[in-house]
Design a protein around this ligand. Structure first.
Ligand SMILES: Cc1ncc(COP(=O)(O)O)c(C=O)c1O
Length: 450
């Protein structure tokens, strides 16, 4: 029985899987925030290259991965699939637990899977600089890496609370040549208006997105890159699930449940979408998205049209949302602090095709330690949400005395998250209550779209 199930380099997928043609119905239109009419490709051109705009709306099931992107994927892909035998033993569960480990990428998470093609298509379109936001620093460092590989400049608006929590993520981005700005900043109108209301604002992904979008919109040689949420980002991430399917074939197994943590949704999409497509072929598989109890977008949000950012500059999408001005508490899983959810993941959740669950951060860190002490890998705080759910599924199998196969996504390592682990180990980690009042207030500000 193998511990690591590895593929050869030439088994890296040659195409991404696009779930759009397999959705239960048509997608809701994306709305221009200025005109409140459906966006046209021309509306998106100040921000994105045409190749990515085309991917955003493509109804082709399979989309070729360009040779230059595939060649860079080879630096760390295929990523390993592990059988967590030591964790299974520690839990005394009859369940088989597998995890797909994306922490082997140079930036330490799944994010380069999309950063590389985004930088590539922008370079092809003659763009000189990319502007973006980052929460945990994982996306910012991935885009910094991708820009350095393709010779692009990179400006990263980093959520202020994460700058303090994760100073070495900032160093990493600078090492790859990016310019990192704490958000909210004085450099943009969006940042200045937030600071005027609250000079001590800890920032949020929604604010950082506004700053990056404004920067890109005001500079013709600069485009914007988003690390999650959008259809093309979910598309790029499907290399994860496509590889996992091949690896499970080698192991002679098929999952009963596929689990991944969910911020903007691209990590979950990347692992789960290829398995969801198997359902059409008659496979029985549950897909479970896991989110923080303090930012419970799927489990406590509403399915409605909302802005993607705080300053209402990004397009309006139909998605699960907590409201574009919702300010989540400063939990350590910074990459899961986003008010909205990928429209694709949202539509699947609304249709009852996937499940969602929320956990508080202490329960997640408890599971992260269990993984670290049995399997060795220190998970990113974001990924620890998936670990928690996998452990709970395994314990349920034990209680019911039923075998089951669990696959979870270990989306990144937490080796730059020691401040979070220190806080947990010293008992100083707070479990934030579900901020019902803040969410209610924020949901009152949703745009009205006919
Ligand atoms: C390690 C890790 N896992 C998961 C996520 C959430 O990703 P997504 O927005 O794709 O859901 C992040 C986001 O930054 C992350 O850094």
């Amino acid at each position: 029985m193998q511990t690591k199930i590895l593929l050869d380099e030439n088994q890296i997928p040659k195409q991404w899987y696009n779930i759009i043609p397999d959705l239960p119905g048509p997608m809701a239109p994306v709305i221009n925030p200025r005109t409140l009419k459906p966006v046209t490709p021309e509306d998106l051109q100040p921000l994105f290259p045409m190749a990515l705009i085309e991917q955003e709306v493509s109804t082709r099931r399979w989309i070729d991965i360009p040779e230059a992107v595939w060649d860079i994927y080879r630096l760390w892909r295929p990523s390993p699939l592990f059988r967590a035998r030591r964790l299974e033993q520690a839990l005394g569960t009859p369940a088989k637990i597998y995890y797909k480990y994306e922490g082997v990428s140079p930036a330490g998470s799944h994010k380069p899977n999309s950063a590389i093609p985004q930088a590539y298509f922008n370079k092809q379109a003659g763009i000189r600089r990319l502007a973006t936001e980052t929460g945990a620093g994982q996306w910012g460092s991935s885009l910094a890496l991708a820009c350095s590989l393709f010779g692009l400049e990179c400006t990263v608006y980093m959520v202020k609370v994460s700058c303090t929590q994760k100073p070495y993520r900032k160093s990493m981005m600078e090492l790859w040549g990016a310019n990192v700005i704490a958000s909210p900043s004085e450099l943009t109108q969006a940042g200045r208006s937030i600071l005027a209301m609250d000079p001590d604002s800890p920032g949020s992904l929604g604010i950082a997105i506004s700053e990056a979008v404004e920067d890109a919109a005001n500079h013709p040689d600069t485009n914007y890159a988003l690390g999650s949420v959008l259809n093309h980002v979910c598309l790029h991430q499907t290399v994860i699930g496509l590889e996992a399917q091949e690896q499970l074939k080698i192991a002679g197994d098929y999952p009963d449940v596929v689990i991944a943590c969910c911020g903007g949704g691209s990590n979950f999409a990347g692992l789960a979408f290829p398995f969801l497509s198997d359902r059409a072929a008659g496979k029985q598989v549950r897909c479970l998205a896991v989110e923080p109890a303090s930012c419970p977008t799927l489990t406590k949000g509403v399915y409605a049209f909302d802005y993607g950012d705080t300053a209402k500059m990004a397009p309006i999408s139909k998605m699960y949302t907590l409201g574009h001005d919702f300010m989540p508490p400063g939990i350590h899983a910074g990459g899961l602090r986003y008010h909205g959810e990928s429209p694709l993941v949202s539509q699947l959740y609304d249709a009852g095709l996937i499940e969602a669950r929320a956990y508080r951060q202490n329960a997640c860190f408890e599971a992260a330690l269990l993984l670290a002490r049995n399997e060795g890998i220190v998970p990113a705080p974001e990924s620890s949400h998936a670990v928690r759910a996998a452990v709970d599924e395994a314990l349920l199998a034990k209680e019911e005395g039923r075998a089951r196969t669990i696959l979870f996504g270990l989306s990144g390592h937490g080796q730059l998250d020691m401040a979070a682990y220190d806080a947990y180990l010293s008992g100083a980690l707070e479990d934030y209550e579900y901020p019902e009042e803040n969410i209610r207030r924020s949901l009152a500000n949703l745009p009205r779209i006919e």
